[in-house]
Design a protein around this ligand. Structure first.
Ligand code: HEM
Length: 147
């Protein structure tokens, strides 16, 4: 019974994280052209503040639940990742997830040190957007692709 619970937590945390990244890229970037720069700055500061308080918890649940699922069910698959298509895709998914975490920590560092610029933010959003597409394809592909 514990496994489905952890999986549900993982799924909810994933949808909040993926939803936020998609919102920032698909909505915010296009709204930018319609609003005065000063208003946009205030909107981005508000969203940034909210993201910086909420996202660490979302990532904690996402990674905690992910590790929990691996511990409960997938340690054998990860022990020799190249010996099954599932193990390979799960290992890749975890590697992409670690890269997502590094992006997040990098962004937090840039914000805290006052070095975050619109150019960095644009790059981080775009890169995270690509990571999210790959991670969802891997998360589903590991159950449906076999070789
Ligand atoms: C940015 C980070 C992550 C995102 C966005 C993400 C997203 C997802 C999604 C969308 C699924 C499919 C769930 C479903 O359809 O039921 C999934 C499954 C899974 N994830 Fe993650 N994940 C992330 C990080 C991790 C990490 C760090 C681990 C392990 C250390 C992990 C382990 C798993 C496992 C084992 C499954 C398969 C669960 C199952 O159906 O049995 N994930 N993930």
């Amino acid at each position: 019974m514990i496994y489905p619970l952890i999986l549900t937590l993982h799924l909810f945390a994933a949808l909040i994280f993926i939803g936020t990244v998609f919102f920032e890229v698909l909505f915010l970037e296009s709204i930018r052209k319609q609003l005065p720069a000063r208003v946009m700055l205030l909107v981005e500061q508000g969203i940034g503040r909210r993201a910086r308080t909420l996202m660490p918890w979302v990532l904690l649940v996402l990674f905690g639940a992910g590790l929990g699922m691996v511990w409960l069910r997938y340690l054998p698959a990860l022990a020799s990742p190249l010996s099954s298509s599932f193990g390979t895709l799960l290992a890749l998914k975890i590697a992409v997830a670690v890269s997502v975490l590094l992006h997040f920590l990098g962004a937090m560092f840039l914000f805290k040190s006052g070095r975050m610029s619109p150019r960095y933010l644009h790059f981080i959003h775009g890169s995270l957007f690509c990571h999210m597409i790959v991670i969802v394809l891997l998360a589903k592909g590991m159950f449906y692709l076999t070789w």
